[in-house]
Design a protein around this ligand. Structure first.
Ligand code: SF4
Length: 352
């Protein structure tokens, strides 16, 4: 019986998916050429075959547990940056709430609610360009110390661009375990969504954080007009950075922002994207974050079988999410557990 050549195998999409699925399960890395082919797959039975492999990869590398995290908006609106998807940019009239840095009580209250909802981590998030040495950093470190000593949830943060190694070190000394700083999209497409800071500013921030021994949470937004090649380059860039968590947001167009007229992504396209990220990032905690309900509606449950291993529970920064109880029931109904977070061990410095 004659064996099929590599060309013959790859000429058949299902056989090519089988080859790639087995490669990842055996610990291999998908090439850039195969990754581009995955992102270019179009709707149809091949997507379900891709999803079935992504589910096996999720199960083998992330097990049967789902990571939950929540966020609290500690400073809202009036941000000087102009990220074109963002309701909190001062550049756009979106009606988003505007308030200054909040006191401890609401943060600790949010931590209590998160713990009651079996949510592992609480991220303090602020709408500003970033963090420098000074009184604001002192207050931020105080909030982190309070969250860390409270012990109810893992203290996380998403506080924009970090301007120096010293700032990152202070956050770690205060007890910060994980920092969300998204690349948002590919290096090529980034200038199309933000004109007030650069992709390199974000890469520098990730380096400072990693060098300070802080766990990285780094993902982005899909559905902003990027190409499949952008999506592939974005996923490959994340693979080089090797963050612990990868939040995938799906654009929920906010009225008043430059992206307000963007169409929502079709759910099957979203499941394909989650599956592509899972095959390229088998070890990561791939979380479905913003835009989940707006884009997926009643099809949400399939996200876990497409490769997702986490989700953001509770309301977003300026828009509401579905009740946490509904998420917990969905996870239970699907036979998944809630992941309990193990203590964090710092990784080696970020690639140059
Ligand atoms: S830096 Fe953050 S808060 Fe400011 S506009 Fe960009 S995404 Fe929004």
């Amino acid at each position: 019986m004659s064996t099929m050549s590599a060309e013959q195998v790859d000429a058949n999409p299902r056989k090519r998916l089988d080859r790639l699925g087995k490669l990842v399960l055996d610990g291999g890395r998908i090439s850039r050429e195969d990754a581009l082919w995955l992102f270019d797959l179009t709707a149809g039975p091949d997507i379900l075959h891709l999803i079935s492999w992504a589910n096996r990869v999720r199960d083998q590398f992330r097990g049967n547990a789902i990571h939950l995290c929540s966020i609290v908006n500690v400073k809202s609106g009036g941000c000087p940056e102009n990220c074109s998807f963002c309701a909190q940019s001062a550049a756009y009239e979106t009606g988003a709430a505007r308030y200054g840095f909040i006191e401890s009580e609401p943060v600790l209250k949010a931590a209590g609610e998160a713990q009651d909802n079996r949510v592992n981590a609480l991220g303090i998030v602020a709408a500003w360009k970033g963090l420098n040495e000074g009184p604001v950093l002192d207050e931020v470190c105080q909030r982190i110390r309070e969250l860390a000593s409270d012990g109810k949830t893992r203290p996380d943060a998403s506080l924009g661009i970090i301007k120096s190694q010293a700032v990152a070190n202070r956050l770690r000394e205060a007890g910060l375990e994980c920092y969300n700083h998204n690349l948002e999209t590919s290096r090529r497409f980034f200038p199309a969504i933000c004109g007030t800071h650069t992709y390199e500013d974000r890469m520098d921030t990730l380096r400072y954080l990693r060098n300070a021994g802080i766990k990285l949470c780094c993902g982005g937004i899909l559905g902003m007009g990027e190409t499949n090649e952008d999506r592939c380059e974005f996923a490959l860039a994340l693979r080089e950075i090797d963050p612990a968590h990868v939040p995938l947001n799906f654009l929920n167009p906010i009225p008043g922002t430059p992206l307000e007229k963007r169409p929502l992504l079709p759910p099957m396209e979203i499941f394909k994207l989650i599956a592509c990220f899972r095959l390229l990032l088998p070890h990561q905690e791939i979380m479905v974050a913003g835009g989940r309900v707006a884009n997926l509606r009643d099809t949400q449950a399939l996200m876990f079988f497409a490769g997702a291993s986490g989700l953001m529970a509770g309301n977003y920064l300026t828009t509401t999410n579905q009740p946490v109880e509904k998420d917990l029931q969905m996870i239970k109904d699907l036979g998944f557990d809630i992941r309990r977070e193990e203590r964090f061990e710092p990784k080696q410095a970020c690639p140059a």
